[in-house]
Design a protein around this ligand. Structure first.
Ligand code: IPE
Ligand code: IPE
Ligand code: MG
Length: 248
């Protein structure tokens, strides 16, 4: 199969020129503000979720253009079950629909889709769709898109601790340290840039272990109004920061 190049942005915008060492390898995105966007327009909340599809896939193209290798998108948290049954039902169906609609495009762009999250409670039809997208794109190398669906950071850490303890007891691992623990996480890679839309300044249980040393960038834009330029702006901010990792 021939790899497709990302479509340029409709505005003609090009990625900013930034030295390669200053480009984050792994970007985590909290796609927040759909409900407020809909409310501002006098629409129902679910219309905001619908309008949130395009920004994600535009960002994927922008991430490829600028050279990001891994993008983790928070699509549904383990806390989002607390929403109304109607909204939860919409989000389940919509996630399924989007995966099916986008998987070929992602595959042609060389994007590897991975599902990160808990199976418990998640609709089995959504799990099936996620596994299908994973299988179709498993060999792709341009960018990894981690779809975090029914993801919770604390749940991930507890599961990892449980698995490590089990293997430790069986003598399969001899060490209980950060390195051996990280291997048991669903998503072992450190986040370089943690981006959240909507102006809220919190992690909301997204990749807490992986983001321990991430640069946090909070953007005021509501998610449906975001696009690849939002990502590029955040990367410019990231590139201007001085990551010290504790060194003087
Ligand atoms: C983020 O938008 C999407 C999901 C959590 C699925 P919200 O639905 O949280 O939008 P706000 O925060 O209410 O505006
Ligand atoms: C985080 O946003 C979850 C997703 C974007 C999927 P929320 O809107 O659920 O987070 P809180 O409730 O503002 O912390
Ligand atoms: Mg929100």
């Amino acid at each position: 199969m021939k790899l497709h190049k990302p479509e340029p942005h409709w505005s003609g915008a090009k990625p900013p020129v930034i030295e390669k060492s200053q480009i984050p390898k792994h970007v985590a995105v909290v796609m927040d503000g759909n409900g407020r966007w809909a409310k501002n327009k006098g629409l129902v909340r679910t219309e905001g979720h619908r309008a949130g599809e395009a920004p994600l896939f535009d960002m994927v193209e922008g991430a490829i253009e600028i050279g990001v290798k891994e993008l983790s998108a928070y699509a549904f948290s383990t806390e989002n079950w607390k929403r109304s049954p109607e909204e939860v039902k919409f989000l389940m169906g919509f996630n399924k629909e989007v995966l099916r609609r986008r998987r070929d495009q992602m595959n042609e762009l060389g994007v590897r889709i991975r599902w990160i999250g808990q199976e418990k409670k998640l609709w089995s039809s959504v799990v099936d769709e996620l596994l299908e997208a994973e299988e179709l794109t498993s060999k792709n190398k341009v960018l990894t898109l981690n779809m975090c669906v029914n993801y919770g950071g604390r749940a991930e850490i507890v599961s990892a601790a449980e698995a490590l303890a089990r293997d430790f007891k069986r003598g399969k691992v001899s060490k209980f340290d950060e390195k051996s623990f990280t291997k048991y996480l669903e998503l072992p890679s450190d986040v370089d840039l943690f981006l959240r839309s909507s102006g809220e300044q919190r992690l909301s249980n997204f990749l807490p272990w992986q983001s321990a040393y991430a640069e946090l960038v909070f953007m005021d834009v509501l998610w449906p109004d975001a696009d690849r330029r939002t990502l590029w702006k955040a990367i410019e901010e990231y590139a201007s920061r001085n990551r010290r990792f504790g060194k003087a």
